[in-house]
Design a protein around this ligand. Structure first.
Ligand SMILES: [Zn+2]
Ligand SMILES: [Zn+2]
Length: 259
């Protein structure tokens, strides 16, 4: 299994950087995790539209789903080989938010954008997408439904989505070969009282507690010095820590079994 970073900027895009989006591939099975601002252009560098098996959106904040608009535009008006509608799994209430957003365009554009995507709520339990198994887990992010995602297929990937510290995170990441974890904040900065995010140190602590093999830090806002994020996470996690960078592909092999 492989994961390619299509966007890793937290909250808003930076110069040449997109918001959250990750392509997970195992053979011909491909799922897109989140589709934030700027992700679609990077996605098209990697795959054609008919090669995407399904999209999973962690939560309905603009930095995680707004590029469904250009993606759907391309399906409606572009030349491509896709004949079926593309499954998009969203949290409870996500279908209404999507419809409300697209309704603002009104008329033929509204129906053109709605038609190519089949939105439904996240499946309960394990969802098989070709060679991949996907499971969503509720996490804690302000007051909206928000999910972390596990993907298995060869190795095991855990993605935090956006989340404040919560008991679900170490359990989501338990034994992950790669933990893709948000690290929006820095521990040494003044932390907002009602935060919906982790510090980089907390991301490291989640990886350490969960026994993850590697940690990939994401959702770092363009104004944050990512070198500090890396240092904080390395202080809390004994395994390898990397920054999620656009265009980089990471192998997610299964851990070697003890004889
Ligand atoms: Zn976000
Ligand atoms: Zn969010």
């Amino acid at each position: 299994m492989q994961i390619t970073v299509l966007g890793s900027a937290g909250t808003y895009p930076g110069p040449g950087r997109a918001c959250s989006g990750f392509l997970v591939e195992q053979g011909n099975s491909r799922v897109l995790l989140d589709c934030g601002v700027g992700v679609f252009a990077n996605l098209m560098r990697r795959v054609a539209l008919h090669e995407i098996s399904a999209i999973f959106v962690t939560h309905m904040h603009p930095d995680h789903f707004l590029d469904l608009v250009p993606l759907s535009y391309a399906l409606a008006y572009g030349k491509h080989q896709r004949s079926d509608v593309l499954p998009v799994y969203v949290p409870p209430g996500g279908k209404k938010i999507w419809k409300d957003v697209v309704a603002a365009f009104a008329g033929p554009v509204e129906s053109a954008i709605l038609a190519p995507l089949a939105l439904s709520e996240h499946p309960i339990g394990v969802c098989r997408v070709g060679a991949l198994e996907v499971q969503v887990v509720p996490v804690s992010h302000f007051d909206i439904p928000s999910y972390g995602i596990q993907v298995s297929g060869g190795g095991k990937l855990a993605y935090s989505g956006d989340s404040a510290p919560c008991p679900a995170l170490p359990s989501l990441a338990r034994g992950a070969d790669l933990l893709l974890c948000e690290a929006t904040l820095l521990h040494d900065d003044a932390l907002p009282p009602n935060r919906g995010h982790l510090t980089a140190r907390e991301a490291g602590q989640v990886a350490q507690e969960a026994g993850a093999r590697r940690l990939l830090l994401t959702h770092i806002a363009p104004h944050v010095d990512a070198r500090k994020s890396l240092k904080e996470a390395k202080g809390a996690f004994l395994g390898e820590v990397l920054l999620a960078e656009e265009g980089h592909t990471h192998d997610v092999p299964a851990a070697p079994q003890n004889p």
